[in-house]
Design a binder for this molecule. Structure first.
Ligand code: MG
Length: 383
């Protein structure tokens, strides 16, 4: 593998290059230019930043999902650009860092062509886990997590047999409301929710971290990525975000992966796995400076989105897709200042009551459940 990595720079497509993960990835690639080459960049609507990235990295393909008024010669416009980018022959690895369900088609297309998908877009795996893992198996592709917790799990189990694992323990920072009382939580504002204690991230995932919906998404993500039954996946609150997750093996030994809370290493590792390469941008770890490391039970009664999401995962069918879609729609209303923080959980619960039993056995069924749940949340709010 080591020889293969150094043989020629591998072509990378970054979907969502102007977002938090995308810009982190480009910083990594700036330092790793001998190993990787930027083959394609796509952005949602930030044409200004995309222009600068294109000037610096000179990719062969440029796409923008929602183009503004100013046309750019040679840019591919519209959601189809995501799929077109990943199908190119000069793309070996797709970093899927778009936000939300819209990333699904590109993940499926890349896996069908036998490519590595470095997945930061956990929503696609949550809504369509069975389809994505089937596309991975039949197309000969690889699904490598970028999410820090799942990167930690992968790093702990790489080189071992799956049957050796007894339990995975996913860590959660607890978000900005970890110590808030229910009374105070009832008045939580958007500003409060966006003030994450340990991680700098995009707005949608930051709100998901405040509701703990993000941790439910990550439990479902772990289930599909590693084929681990839900009974063997636990979550523990770890406010320092230094231990990114733990894996317990059948002999009782527990391995963990530690590091400062930064996405540079998970992004780099998703590109180089199973190899490790030096990188000057990854911050050194100092056990004394990062002490103490503490762990707490998750307060699931305060954060209904967490339990609802895990239950949706266990329920299967279209339930995870309904959970994900209702959450996305509710978070978008919250980000627009149209609902209160507490409404996010109740909207998800109502959507799961209405659509949680829908089938999820095909792409069409999942997309139908996804749009039914979105419409439901939007309409309930409109009344
Ligand atoms: Mg995470």
């Amino acid at each position: 593998m080591g020889a293969d990595v150094s043989a020629r720079p591998r072509g990378i497509a970054i979907l969502g290059s102007t977002g938090s993960i995308g810009t982190t990835a480009l910083r990594v690639l700036e330092r790793q230019g001998s190993r990787f080459r930027v083959a394609a960049l796509t952005a949602f609507n930030n044409a200004g930043l995309l222009e600068q990235q294109v000037a610096q990295f000179q990719p062969g393909f440029v796409g923008i999902v929602a183009n503004g008024s100013e046309p750019h010669a040679g840019w591919h416009v519209g959601p189809q650009c995501l799929v077109d980018a990943v199908q190119r022959d000069d793309v070996d690895i797709v970093l899927n860092a778009v936000v939300g369900a819209v990333g699904l088609e590109a993940t499926l297309a890349a896996l069908a062509r036998g490519k590595r998908v470095a997945l930061a877009n956990k929503e696609t795996l949550v809504m369509a886990g069975a389809l994505v893992t089937a596309a991975c198996a039949s197309g000969g592709g690889e699904l490598i997590p970028v999410d820090s917790e799942h990167s930690a799990i992968l790093q702990c189990i790489t080189g071992r047999q799956g049957v050796d694992v007894r339990r995975v323990i996913i860590t959660a920072s607890g978000g900005p409301f970890r110590e808030w009382t229910p009374e105070r939580l009832a008045d939580a504002t958007l500003e409060d929710a966006l003030r994450h204690p340990t991680w700098q991230m995009g707005r949608k995932i930051t709100v998901d971290s405040a509701t703990l919906a993000n941790k439910a998404l990550e439990v479902i993500e772990a289930h599909f990525l590693f084929g681990i039954p839900y009974d063997q996946i636990e979550v523990v609150v770890h406010p320092q975000s230094i231990v990114h997750s733990l894996v317990e093996f059948v002999d009782g030994s527990v391995l963990a992966q530690l590091g400062v809370p930064s996405m540079e290493l998970p992004v780099l590792y998703a590109l180089t796995h199973p190899d490790r390469v030096p990188d000057s941008g990854v911050q050194p770890f100092d056990p004394v400076a990062h002490s103490p490391l503490t762990f707490e039970k998750i307060r699931s009664e305060q954060f209904p989105a967490f339990a609802l999401g895990v239950a949706a995962g266990r329920r299967g069918g279209a339930a995870p897709a309904v959970f994900n879609a209702a959450n996305e729609a509710a978070v978008s209303l919250f980000l627009d200042g149209r609902i209160r923080f507490q409404n996010i959980g109740s909207l998800i619960a109502s959507a799961l009551d209405a659509f949680g039993d829908l089938p999820g056995d095909s792409r069409e069924a999942i997309l139908a459940a996804d749009s039914a749940a979105r419409r439901f949340v939007q309409e309930r709010f409109a009344c």
